[in-house]
Design a protein around this ligand. Structure first.
Ligand code: SF4
Ligand code: SF4
Ligand code: F3S
Length: 354
């Protein structure tokens, strides 16, 4: 359960994986993290010297979809994540023990990794009525978060619920749900929004942390720039149809069959920052728009209350929106500028600070 003394390099060598394997892996991960290729050997060396990172995962007001997303991670696989790069020291749904034994496990894991563990949270934090709407072992989520944040080196807010309150916060927010950063200050926090988040984004953040001992560069909403620096619209393969003014008017018309843009059917891709259009889902198979449905903006704050999923951002036809260049302006304000910043930052090595 505790951080063992063996390095990842030693552990992998024992299993027959040499530096070349680690370097190949680092090349894939630096590309995914928008880091310069020259950092791949540095990442490989750092991973070889690293000890397994303790991760303590607490589930609050959630639906378990975010945990499912980690289990579906393909790069690296969950087995590799758990056994090679992280030590998942506490996760209620995956561990065998329950009740008092599980609570003892949590306390032991926290004590053994004090000041060093990553605290992963999925689910929102209900604050109303003293937080009584979500309890674990009789304790409110908010009191657990406050206690276990103290000894954490950094906090991962996994999913839109943990990042911004998510669906539990949807109007009228009966439990007073908020995100982690509304409760905790003074700790490094990374938001990995999405309902659920793209699994490879979570893997990338974990591998970066193990490699460099700090969180990757974040935007003003504490999201990793490498994955949230552009909008879905910026990367969408249907974008040429948008630019040509070719829009599906219903889900079964000729335009839909031809794969035209889904803007007028409610697609929120122009205002949604996420990596779905490039990383895709299910080992790179597809993503919502490729399946024929518009993006519902699931990685943005308050997405549930931002108008109907089938109402266009323009409230009707795309003509005025396109002519005014609103999508481009939104992308520049929230994404493209951040992406440019990310790229310029990525040309330098990560700073040597937590
Ligand atoms: Fe479930 Fe979505 Fe919340 Fe994750 S972000 S816990 S998938 S509702
Ligand atoms: Fe793709 Fe949606 Fe943008 Fe159309 S509006 S190009 S479907 S992201
Ligand atoms: Fe969510 Fe839109 Fe991606 S709905 S899964 S952010 S395409």
């Amino acid at each position: 359960m505790t951080q063992d003394a063996e390095t990842l390099g030693t552990m992998l060598a024992r299993r027959g994986f040499g530096r070349r394997s680690l370097l190949k892996f680092a090349i894939v991960m630096t590309s995914s993290l928008a880091l310069p290729p020259s950092l791949a050997p540095v990442m490989a060396d750092n991973l070889a010297k690293a000890k397994r990172q303790s991760v303590i995962w607490l589930s609050f007001q959630e639906c378990t979809g975010c945990l499912e997303t980690l289990l579906r991670s393909s790069a690296p696989t969950i087995d590799a994540l758990i056994f090679d790069f992280i030590s998942l020291d506490y996760q209620e749904a995956l561990m065998a023990s329950a009740g008092a034994a599980a609570e003892l496990t949590l306390r032991q894991a926290v004590a053994a990794n004090q000041g060093e563990y990553l605290l992963a949270i999925d689910g929102s934090v209900p604050l109303k009525d003293g937080g009584v709407y979500s309890l674990t072992g009789g304790r409110s989520n908010v009191s657990m978060l406050e206690e276990f944040a103290v000894g954490a080196k950094a906090i991962l807010a996994i999913g839109t619920c943990a990042a911004y309150g998510g669906i539990p916060k949807a109007h009228p927010n009966p439990t007073g749900a908020v995100g982690v950063e509304d409760v905790i200050s003074g700790k490094p926090i990374v938001n990995i929004p999405g309902c659920p988040p793209v699994p490879e984004v979570l893997s990338g953040v974990l591998v970066y942390f193990v490699s460099f001992g700090r969180l990757p560069d974040l935007d003003d909403r504490k999201r990793p720039l490498a994955y949230f620096g552009t909008t879905i619209h910026d990367q969408c393969y249907r974008r040429p149809f948008y630019d040509q003014g070719k829009f599906a008017k219903s889900f079964d018309d000729e335009g839909a069959r031809q794969g035209w843009c889904l803007f007028e059917l409610g697609c929120k891709g122009p205002t949604t920052h996420n990596a779905c259009a490039s990383l895709k889902w299910n080992n790179g198979t597809s993503f919502p728009i490729e399946s024929g449905h518009g993006c519902i903006g699931c990685s943005e704050p308050d997405f549930w209350d931002q108008g109907g999923f089938y109402t266009s951002l323009a409230g009707g036809s795309a003509a005025g929106w396109r002519n005014a260049g609103i999508a481009a302006a939104v992308g520049l304000a929230g994404g493209a500028a951040a992406a440019l910043s990310a790229r310029s930052k990525s040309s330098r090595p990560p700073e040597d600070k937590p």
